[in-house]
Ligand binder design. Structure first.
Ligand code: C5P
Length: 400
């Protein structure tokens, strides 16, 4: 599955809130991801950001009023509505949500929304008290029942100085929601998937630990891709700096033992496991309860084996499809196939982490997918999002 946004027509509606400036970043990112973007602004949105910003970013004129929206002899709001694959309103004020819920069409944006056959998705942004008002929550509930999408606002410090719910969702999250609504391939619907990601931290003392350079990007991409394709996802993650994918059930873990206990609690109820985490093979035998003070002597730490989570899953598996990841610096094929057999896996993705451009921390990856009893499929260099979809394509081809 290719980048979902490439070539898609996204109509972006901008209403008058301070978060309107963030719509510029959203527009720029959507365009970089290959989408075509046209922008409608309400009159109050133009008080926050000049339309020229969006005209420059989209290389399209910005649509401002019902009577000026016509390019040819078409009716402006109708032709915009027909053009769009998705209508995203970001930021969405309480006012536009209220109008949508009441069927009011008194400007280009609300009129276009009423003419729209494609899905409309709101990203609300407003003061936390406004967001909590029963009338607004009632409008959201009603619109959801009618099939409108909502991107929940974030929590934090709002432009007015208050703290609480009401911040426009992060642009990365808005993009994930857009991808979700645009992706028509829902071949994982009904599947429960467990994904592990990131490194583990093996404590030496309260302020030091042993870890590895895994960023978690590969596992998070797998989790996001499974969600796009309709799966229910439990993401068990080691410490990372990443924003979790939308709609994932996230379990934060620290050490290999912690991850082991969490994974085993979930395992029985899932159909598939992507064990993407870079789990430490060893931990410090005795973690010091106080910070170890340096002396002139060398420090010797005794390391003991951690449980191999995947091997344990291989022993317990019944219906579950198990996909392992083997990061190797040499002799990739032999090591990967050896693990496929010894850990009782169905698939293993071998990747060479000795190269700088792919593997740990990078946005790119390449590798070879080894399939039990079948051979292998090479997956060339691509970004981790597309790479995740390619692995899932190969897995789904064989299990459905
Ligand atoms: O044996 P090796 O660590 O190379 O195997 C890699 C695979 O095994 C990965 O899928 C990794 O998540 C998993 N693993 C595990 N528990 C460990 C070590 C690795 O589940 N203690």
């Amino acid at each position: 599955m290719d980048n979902i946004l490439r070539g898609k027509n996204i109509l972006l509606g901008i209403t008058g809130g301070i978060a309107a400036y963030k719509a510029a970043d959203l527009t720029s990112k959507l365009i970089r991801l290959g989408a075509k973007v046209k922008v409608i602004m309400t009159p109050s949105a133009t008080k926050f950001v000049h339309p020229l910003t969006f005209q420059s970013l989209t290389e399209n004129r910005v649509y401002l009023d019902v009577f000026g929206a016509t390019e040819t002899y078409e009716i402006g709001h109708i032709s915009l509505a027909k053009w769009a694959d998705l209508f995203v309103i970001a930021p969405a004020t309480a006012n536009i949500i209220g109008k949508a819920a009441a069927g009011i069409a008194d400007d280009l944006l609300s009129t276009t929304m009423l003419s729209m056959e494609a899905k409309t998705v709101f990203a609300p942004a407003m003061n936390t008290v406004m967001y909590g008002k029963p009338v607004l929550q009632d409008n959201i509930k009603k619109l959801k029942e009618w099939g409108f999408g909502f991107i929940p606002p974030g929590k934090g410090r709002l432009a007015c100085g208050d703290w609480g719910e009401g911040k426009l969702a992060d642009v990365g999250i808005i993009i994930q929601h857009i991808e979700y609504h645009l992706s028509s391939k829902k071949d994982m619907e009904g599947l429960k998937v467990l994904v592990t990601a990131g490194p583990t931290h093996e404590a030496i003392d309260p302020v030091r630990y042993i870890t590895n350079p895994s960023s978690g990007k590969m596992g998070y991409s797998i989790a996001a891709s499974c969600i796009m394709r309709g799966a229910e996802v439990d993401l068990v993650t080691g410490p990372t700096n990443l924003e979790p994918p939308i709609n994932a059930r996230v379990y934060k873990t620290d050490s290999a033992i912690d991850m082991y206990n969490t994974v085993l609690k979930i395992f029985d109820r899932v159909d598939m496991v992507f064990m993407t985490a870079a789990v430490a093979d060893y931990r410090v035998k005795e973690t010091a309860s106080k910070k170890i003070k340096k002396t002139d002597d060398s420090l010797i730490l005794e390391l003991v084996r951690n449980p191999d989570i995947l091997r344990e899953l291989g022993k317990r598996k019944r219906r579950q499809v198990l996909i392992g990841f083997a990061a190797e610096t040499h002799d990739l094929e032999n090591h990967a196939i050896g693990k496929l057999e010894s850990k009782n896996l169905d698939f293993i993705l071998g990747n060479d982490v000795s190269s700088d451009e792919s593997g740990f921390g990078s946005d790119l990856n390449r590798g070879v997918l080894f399939i039990r009893g079948e051979g292998s499929v090479p997956i060339p260099m691509m970004n981790k999002k597309e790479f995740a979809h390619r692995i899932i394509d190969e897995v789904m081809k064989r299990i459905r």
